[in-house]
Design a binder for this molecule. Structure first.
Ligand code: PSU
Ligand code: MN
Length: 309
């Protein structure tokens, strides 16, 4: 089923390899959102829909995951469905990605691990929902996502809907700035807040088209700036939930996490699932809509990048 071995652990799906060889646009997709971010069967439907959207826009989707110790760059429909249903998958970041390979484990890749793997395969654009960042209370817990470190070092464009308000957004932006990561808001002067289109925070940078984003990336490469770029793409209007409504739910989820002593890698998945529970699924609908919206923009950026050279 797979072609050219990149290293002894990696399988690149044939259609992905063909596109990469021909310089055609490819968009990477993460899988922690499948294994830890949404319940079954919504996760399965979302994972299939985003791939279809990327194809519709003229690019090739590559969902990245670890299956039985293989680093998969592109999953077949069967593999994707199996991952959506698997129990006990690991949540893998830079620190433990290779552990899962060495030990023959199965896991979802976070934004950090997906960027790393995408870059390894030569994929330049990646679509997700939200990135990890600086958690509220990080001055005590030191809980800062490895996603930020990866954005600082790995040259992949990550299309998100901003960062969830489960995080300290201001501190997240400060860390990104320190690490030299441009934060570009697509078509708006304020940073989107995941479920809502607007936030009180000013957009660090603004660009209105996929072509402009591709040209910015080309300029970074031309002067040898290495590292990722974060695109914040506002959720479609029809699907947004006002920030004021979400903030009460978020505080409740954080209170539950504290009360139950949730720490470390478990924090983000726990908060996401509690918010889902508290909002009785309305946040899930918004979440799916924004991921699909991001997949569309990511595909357009990948297409624009491929026509630049
Ligand atoms: N934010 C979301 N949905 C997600 C995640 C973050 O809105 O599914 C996932 C992503 O895979 C992200 C990871 O990379 O959580 C961050 O985890 P941590 O905070 O433990 O680094
Ligand atoms: Mn963390």
């Amino acid at each position: 089923m797979t072609t050219k071995a990149l290293n002894p652990f990696t399988d690149i799906a044939p259609e992905v390899q063909k596109a990469l060889d021909a310089g055609r646009p490819v968009v990477a997709l993460e899988s922690t959102i499948i294994t830890h971010g949404m319940p079954y069967p919504d996760n399965s439907r979302m994972a299939a829909d985003v791939e279809a959207i990327i194809i519709e826009e003229g690019a090739v989707p590559a969902t990245i995951a670890i299956v039985d110790g293989r680093l998969k760059i592109g999953l077949s429909a069967e593999e994707r469905e199996a991952l959506a249903q698997v129990k006990g998958a690991m949540k893998l970041s830079r620190a433990d990605l290779a552990f899962a390979l060495a030990e023959g484990r199965t896991g979802g890749t976070t934004v950090a691990a997906t960027m790393l793997a995408a870059h390894l395969a030569g994929i330049r654009v990646f679509a997700t929902g939200g990135i990890g960042g600086v958690h509220k209370g990080a001055e005590q817990s030191f809980d800062i996502s490895a996603d930020l470190e990866e954005l600082g070092r790995t040259p992949v464009i990550v299309v998100s809907a901003g960062a969830k308000a489960i995080l300290d957004i201001e501190k997240t932006l400060e860390v990104l700035e320190t690490k030299g990561v441009p934060v570009v808001v697509h078509g708006s002067d304020t940073l989107p807040a995941f479920w809502s289109r607007q936030s009180p925070i000013k957009a660090p940078l603004r660009l209105d088209t996929a072509k402009a984003i591709a040209e910015f990336q080309a300029a970074r490469e031309a002067i040898g700036v290495v590292g990722g770029m974060l695109i914040a793409n506002p959720i479609p209007e029809a699907s947004e939930i006002p920030a004021g409504i979400m903030s009460g739910y978020i505080s409740e989820a954080i209170a539950r996490a504290k009360k139950n002593g949730v720490t470390g890698k478990a924090v983000t998945p726990y908060l996401l699932s509690e918010i889902l529970d508290i909002t009785k699924g309305t946040s899930l609908k918004a979440n799916i809509a924004l991921v699909e919206n991001n997949a569309r923009l990511a595909a357009k950026i990948a297409v624009a990048l491929s026509t630049l050279k």
